[in-house]
Design a protein around this ligand. Structure first.
Ligand code: ADP
Ligand code: MG
Length: 253
């Protein structure tokens, strides 16, 4: 089967400041459809640099990146923007929602730049459906400040999904969330993955990486380990277990 991601000997050298920084140095990687990959590694190991290239937010200095079979180095900036909009959903640690804009309008945003343009009714329908998909159906008219962190991240996930991407990228998606909410967000990712979505997620937390199916560890701009998650955690089961533990603790008190 054709991989969603195919990277061969990728490099990224930043030319800012006195000395160039070789942030990604000769990285090769294949990710197939339906995989759920957690990318780990110390701060500065090149995780975000890799994600930005995967998300077509940044171009490699050299090396090959094929997304769904398309070599992105051959594309001009318009074509790259179109790929970014249609093929890739990006979720960030800080949610990156527009603050004066409702949840529904935030989810509609990527569709306003879609080519070919979507009819207005489709835009609303799709946004409502995407919010439903992440369990936020009833909160469409709330602005971000009226939502919890977990709910804001759900809105961001809905926004990432709304154009039907082939790849969902997430850079520390639970970095600003408490443990319980983090597991809930992993539940959303596992549901999406179970229905076929390919996911690549950066996390520095081992507990979070265990919700994925495969772990990659980076060091100094290279992959130093790449292995399946031996015992995958199930977010739904974990949430039940945590709730039962809290109940037991309450009984003791
Ligand atoms: P991580 O996400 O694993 O913490 P990054 O990809 O952010 O790592 O950074 C990898 C290396 O590249 C670090 O040494 C960092 O300082 C450097 N770096 C990242 N972004 C830039 C940039 N825009 N300009 C210059 N150096 C950068
Ligand atoms: Mg980073």
């Amino acid at each position: 089967m054709q991989p969603v991601i195919e990277i061969i000997d990728l490099h990224r050298i930043y030319q800012t400041g006195a000395a160039p920084v070789h942030a990604v140095r000769g990285l090769s990687l294949r990710v197939g459809p339906g995989e759920f990959v957690a990318v780990m590694g110390a701060s500065g190991s090149g995780k975000s640099t890799l994600m930005n290239m995967l998300g077509c937010l940044d171009r490699p200095t050299r090396g090959t990146y094929r997304l769904d079979g398309t070599d992105i180095s051959l594309l001009d900036s318009d074509a790259l923007a179109a790929i970014r909009n249609h093929k890739i959903g990006f979720v960030f640690q800080g949610f990156n929602l527009l603050s004066r804009t409702t949840a529904l309008e935030n989810v509609e945003l990527p569709m306003l730049y879609a080519h070919p343009p979507l009819p207005g009714r489709d835009i609303r329908e799709r946004a409502v459906r995407a919010l439903g998909q992440v369990g936020l159906g009833a909160r469409g008219d709330h602005v971000p400040s009226q939502l919890s962190g977990g709910q804001q991240q759900r809105v961001a996930i809905a926004r990432a999904l709304v154009l039907g991407p082939s790849l969902l990228l997430a850079d520390e998606p639970t970095g600003n969330l408490d443990t319980h909410t983090s597991i809930e967000i992993m539940g959303v990712f596992q549901q999406l993955n179970d229905s076929g979505m390919t996911i690549v997620m950066v996390t520095h937390e081992l507990d979070i990486a265990r919700y994925a199916r495969r772990t990659i560890i980076m060091r100094d701009g290279r992959i130093v380990r790449d292995e399946p998650v031996p015992v995958r955690l199930d977010a739904a089961l974990e949430l039940t277990r945590v709730a039962a533990e809290h109940e037991a603790a309450d009984l003791i008190v």
